[in-house]
Design a protein around this ligand. Sequence first.
Ligand SMILES: *Cc1c(COP(=O)(O)O)cnc(C)c1O
Length: 356
Amino acid sequence: MNEYKLFTVGPAQMYKRTLSVRNRVVPYFRTKEFSDLMLENEQFMKCIMDANEDSRMITLTASGSGAMEATVINCFSKDDRLLIVSGGTFGERFEKICTIHEIPFETIKLGPDEALTEMHLKPFEGNFFSGMLTQMHETYTGQLYDINMLHKFCNRNGMLLVVDIISSFLCDPFSMKQMGVDAAIVSSQKGLCLAPGLSFVMLSNRMIRRVEENDVKSLYFDFKEYLINSVRGQTPFTPAVGICMELNDMLKYINEQGVNERLSEVRDRCNYFRGLIADLPVIVPDFPLSNAITPVRFRKNIATEFFNYLKDYRHIMVNPVGGPLGNYSIRVAHIGDLNFYDYDILVKEMKAFFEM
Ligand SMILES: *Cc1c(COP(=O)(O)O)cnc(C)c1O
């Protein structure tokens, strides 16, 4: 396979330092040294997420969807009733998970151009839901939801708040404490820019208590086992050891750099790209956007053609879009080891393509 420059949201363009960690022999992991590394990872993650000290992190060897499913079945049961913000394919994934596991739910359905507002919450006020499932950034459309607004709604209605921050983590400001989040789901291949395969669920103290009382019908995904093992920095099964090491290196780097510095790097690349495309014949949706990606919509159905042109002739990979938006849009990511010059090249290619 060719080597590509990745403007994709995950896997993202990996940092050279991560590549050199990947190059080392994967060590045996039932050791004090590896336990210490895992405990350090949890501590760094708590710090970056601004989580309470009594929160706990579950490390799962699974992609983000595995962590979404595991979170839902460990935090809720058939006796619950959930409200799902469903504004794209990732919101729909929560619906599918609840359907499969027979957990009752209702949805707030958003169209591809519809911003989530207070108005969407009104009909569900005082409706006895036990929890809300939402993305922070619905990667399918690019919309960034107002988690503070959802938190206030959950607070006044006595609901737990589960947020999939997979495509927002390390791209947009996040505070587990201030946003009152009870479970935050993260995955290795997005903002962290590591290899895919590892996911993390940060649980608040009240969610941990719920998990401990819940009878989960799963061997691999039973959080109770992870909670017991993680006290000593271990997991019940063999984790993706290599990615745990990549994570440790990346978290040390972010810790040295400072979270705000990392966030502003992503934001600067994002603003730079949006500035460059301002006078191109493309549309950027006007609902609130994450800094992780820019959803670019064309006026004609040329997205697939453009994607293939970049991939085959320029060895550049942008994010295609599935479903109804597919042939009219691409998404350009701002995470990863990219600089302004990389965006100059991409935009030059966009211009050349439009003139073809
Ligand atoms: C990428 C992503 C996921 C996880 O997808 P996987 O392919 O299972 O890793 C979940 N939610 C959102 C919002 C995402 O962007």
